[in-house]
Design a protein. Structure first.
Length: 362
């Protein structure tokens, strides 16, 4: 698992005779062999997939906002408004920074802490002063007195939700078709969240069930590469805790890979690398030519697949007692998993629709 330590005991042509054998001892830390328990019958509980009308409405509102228009208003600024502002920051009476004509949406949290409260209730032409911590520059982390001047206020007008808007903004023809599609998308997202929750709980169970001896040399080398020598004790402690946790999980999952006979074939590996390079816009051959990178991707894929094997063994149910088959999500390949997740989401959405119909009838 780490760099070898070599101890040369006999070095011909340098010490002693000009003939003989080069003798040396090599010591290297290896992956500890752990006993991975069966997950048959291990109870894992996750949140149910329940798509509400409010969730669907929120998604559709977000779509309408993308096609909204800004209109100037003559009133006090409020949450959600789009403003044009000037800013000036001072420390001990000395101006350290200023900006003019800054566009800012109240409530977005993209500027200084305290600015939302300062702007809310202001009218065009008015100023407000507040104290906030600087986020960048030579005064980062210092408190400054900030003056904000409101120059303009606009609100976003949303387009009417009708069939004309749906046809313009989506692939669907009617509002009902759009809502049905959005409901399915939300269900798919919730199925993915279910899988993540189940995965995290399975890993927690594995960590509690198996004690992992950490290779001291590997940990020391990783810590040396991670933290500067002059780092604070707090930073060193945090880095060591993170490295310990990561190394422990790596050893655990590598043992699951070995115990469950997990394999990644060349097609799976190539398909995954192709998808990665496409998403980052780089040449696949650039990655395929780096053996170390390919090996790391292979190992991570195997560990992910190993978690899927444990999930398929465990007894996973939602909080309402419904059994959930994680093999639907964690298929034999990443493409299968995506396709099966979509199928599971569609089934969940259909079940939700049926339940809604029953409730309305009752």
């Amino acid at each position: 698992m780490g760099a070898p330590e070599v101890d040369v005991t006999d070095l011909p042509n340098v010490e002693g005779k000009r003939e003989g054998d080069l003798k040396f001892t090599v010591e290297v830390e290896v992956l500890p062999t752990l006993e991975i328990p069966s997950f048959e019958g291990v109870a894992i509980e996750v949140a149910p997939v329940e798509v509400t009308d409010a969730q669907v409405d929120d998604e559709i509102t977000a779509l309408r906002q993308r096609f909204g228009t800004l209109k100037a208003v003559e009133r006090a600024a409020q949450d959600g408004d789009f403003t044009s502002i000037d800013l000036k920051a001072e420390i001990d009476g000395d101006e350290i920074d200023s900006m003019s004509g800054v566009s800012y949406e109240i409530g977005s949290g993209t500027l200084l802490e305290g600015i939302d409260e300062a702007l809310t209730g202001l009218e065009v032409g008015q100023d407000a002063t507040f104290t906030s911590q600087m986020r960048g520059g030579e005064h980062a982390g210092e408190d400054a007195t900030v003056t904000v001047s409101l120059k303009a206020v606009k609100e976003r007008e949303l387009p009417e939700l009708d069939d004309d808007f749906v046809q313009m903004a989506s692939e669907w023809d009617t509002v009902d078709e759009l809502k049905e599609s959005v409901r399915g998308d939300v269900a798919k997202s919730m199925v993915s969240e279910q899988a993540v929750e189940a995965r995290d709980k399975v890993l927690d169970h594995l960590r509690e069930a198996v004690e992992v001896p950490l290779p001291a040399g590997v940990l020391a080398d990783a810590l040396k590469n991670r933290v500067a020598e002059d780092a604070s004790d707090e930073d060193k402690k945090q880095a060591e805790d993170e490295l310990r946790a990561g190394l422990r999980d790596q050893i655990l999952l590598d043992n699951v890979v070995r115990a469950r006979g997990v394999e990644i074939d060349q097609k799976e590996l190539f398909d995954n690398i192709l998808a990665m390079t496409q998403s980052y816009g780089i040449d696949p051959m650039q990655l395929l030519g780096d053996r170390n990178q390919v090996a790391m991707i292979h190992d991570e894929m195997a560990r992910s697949k190993a978690v899927g094997e444990l999930l398929k063994e465990a007894d996973i149910r939602d909080t309402e007692g419904n059994e959930i088959d994680m093999s639907v999500v964690f298929g034999s390949s990443a493409q299968d998993a995506e396709a099966n997740a979509a199928a599971a989401a569609e089934a969940a959405a259909e079940a939700q629709d049926e339940a809604d119909e029953e409730n309305s009838e009752n």
